[in-house]
Ligand binder design. Structure first.
Ligand code: SF4
Length: 355
């Protein structure tokens, strides 16, 4: 489901003089869908659907928006289920920040299209898990593929009619063994609908052993590379930005995509601050995630809670600085010294291996 804005950040929004490029705000952990691969669905009985309060957002987060270039309203849920969602967008835009979000489009109708344009939202990403209704709706129970595609096209049409460059329209595609063959077609469809960028992400957070079979990188096949290359060609010929995580994983990479406290900082719906979306899941869910055939059993690293501690204080605390410094040292390693160890909590995360 998640999340991935780094493709867009890489293209359109460099951190420049700001320390952290993006504040990811989980405005809701509620969702109307029951995606087969989502921890929300797998852990249905233990999941707590929470809505971030307006007070927390306005009083505790908004005063610190200038620490970030972009406010990205999305976490482990559908952001538009927060009844104050558009007020949150408006407040972040009023603070001069770039604003983006990812949506399943179930609550993204004509009114929301107008709001996204009127408020000059910078990035709207739509989540796809297939290039056909049969595949998408198989993996995403409760989804409506036709309506989703219609929302992308309607936003593109509204932009064109208004001569607008914003919002950038993105498609975020979850690569699963059962839908990888549709990746090139999904890129063609996205371009036809009017998307300007396409990112293909792995199922990298595996909440049950059976789902390991769905992770492309755990059972690579010979034609996987060719499919991704074909998708890249489709994007190039349509003139849209394309980024896909590699279909096979290698060893540890120096800096994961989240690059905590450089690229992103994540605030959960209850104000808890964590380095990345992987650490934003509740403890009982994180400890039952699967990693290479076994429960990963790690505890997420929590940096503080924005409801009772100002964000700058949280960013300056020891735990935050340690993870920040760790990735910074790894990024700047030199051949005459050993590469610094990754944070222990990251070793059971596929993101550290390029997923
Ligand atoms: S490698 Fe670590 S910091 Fe990066 S996404 Fe995974 S848990 Fe988060």
């Amino acid at each position: 489901m998640l999340k991935r804005i780094s493709g867009w950040l890489g293209e359109a929004l460099q951190p420049k003089h700001r320390r952290i490029a993006c504040l990811q705000v989980e405005v809701s952990t509620a969702c109307q869908l029951s995606c087969r691969y989502c921890p929300r669905t797998v852990m249905a009985n233990g999941w707590r659907s929470e809505i971030m309060s307006w007070d927390l957002y306005e009083r505790c987060l908004a005063p610190h928006f200038d620490l970030f270039a972009m406010i990205f309203l999305q976490g482990w849920g559908e952001p538009l289920t927060n009844p104050r969602f558009w007020d949150m967008v408006a407040l972040a835009k009023k603070a001069g920040r770039q604003v983006g979000f990812i949506t399943n489009a179930l609550l993204f109708g004509p009114r929301e299209i107008e709001l996204a344009c009127e408020l000059d939202v910078d990035l709207v990403c739509f989540t796809f898990t297939g290039a056909t209704a049969a595949t998408h709706e198989h993996y995403r129970a409760g989804a409506d593929f036709t309506a989703l595609a219609g929302s992308v096209a309607a936003l593109a049409a509204r932009k064109a009619a208004g001569g607008r460059s914003n919002p950038t329209i993105g498609v975020s595609y979850t690569m699963i063994r059962g839908n990888l063959a549709e990746l090139p077609e999904a890129v063609r469809l996205a371009a036809t609908l009017g998307a300007g960028q396409f990112t293909a992400n792995h199922l990298d957070c595996i909440p049950a052993p059976a789902l390991e079979n769905d992770a492309v990188f755990l059972s690579p096949r010979q034609d996987d590379e060719a499919l991704v290359a074909d998708a890249a060609r489709q994007a190039a010929s349509a003139g849209i930005f394309f980024r896909a995580e590699p279909p096979t994983l290698g060893g540890e990479i120096l800096v994961c995509e989240a690059n905590p406290l450089h690229t992103t900082l994540f605030v959960k719906a209850d104000g808890t601050v964590v380095p990345c979306h992987q650490m934003a899941l509740p403890q009982d869910i994180v400890s039952s995630l699967w990693f290479r055939g076994a429960p990963c059993g790690y505890s997420p690293l929590t940096l503080g809670n924005a409801a009772d501690t100002p964000l700058p204080e949280i960013l300056a605390n020891r735990q935050a600085q340690e993870i920040f410094d760790c990735f910074e040292r790894r990024a700047g390693f030199s051949l005459d010294r050993p590469i610094p160890e990754a944070p222990p909590v990251c070793k059971a995360c596929y993101k550290l291996y390029g997923a």
